[in-house]
Design a protein. Structure first.
Length: 178
């Protein structure tokens, strides 16, 4: 109701409008972040194929976490959406380490990268996995989203990326000169 320049709103209406505004901002800012990360990776690697491979664990981590939450009928709240940014960042880091090791073409370097990525993922899983026993549904959903995404990013980095590099399978979206 609006009278004399004064608005009266219910707490529910205010909360829902804040959530919608924050979700819209997260989507917009996430898109901007993804664009900058891809641009940075392309500049770093100077080719699309390794940039895409480095980005892949972060992307698949988000998609698999989102899919897992949907299949498990876990609502995707604002905290879980924010968790996807954490998953993406860690997943891209995993991808960079494995991609750099693959470019180095050294089994020793690859073993070190696989061990480092595995240790990093394990510590993240332990830290965020502890939220799976939280009494707060919001904290619990944060634990689920980050744990599922981290596990998926790790699996992509340590199994999928080396297999793609070894097989020489071209990226579907890549160009001939990549």
């Amino acid at each position: 109701m609006r009278a004399l320049g004064v608005s009266v709103v219910s707490a529910e209406h205010l909360a829902s409008s804040v959530v919608v505004t924050i979700k819209d901002a997260i989507v917009r800012l996430s898109g901007l972040g993804v664009a900058f990360v891809i641009l940075l990776l392309v500049v770093y690697y100077r080719r699309f194929r390794p940039a895409f491979f480095a980005f892949l664990p972060g992307l698949l981590g988000i998609l698999w976490a989102w899919g897992f939450m949907g299949l498990a009928d876990i609502p995707i709240n604002i905290v879980a959406v924010g968790a996807f940014a954490l998953v993406s960042g860690a997943g891209v880091d995993y991808g960079i380490f494995i991609t750099d090791a693959a470019i180095a073409r050294s089994p020793h370097v690859m073993r070190g990268a696989l061990a480092s990525v595995s240790l990093a993922a394990l510590t993240t899983l332990i830290g965020f996995g502890s939220l799976l026993v939280a009494n707060s549904p919001i904290m619990w959903s944060l634990g689920v989203a980050v744990s599922a995404g981290t596990l998926a990013s790790w699996a992509c980095a340590v199994f999928l990326l080396p297999a793609l590099w070894k097989s020489g399978v071209p990226v579907v979206l890549s160009c001939v000169s990549c």
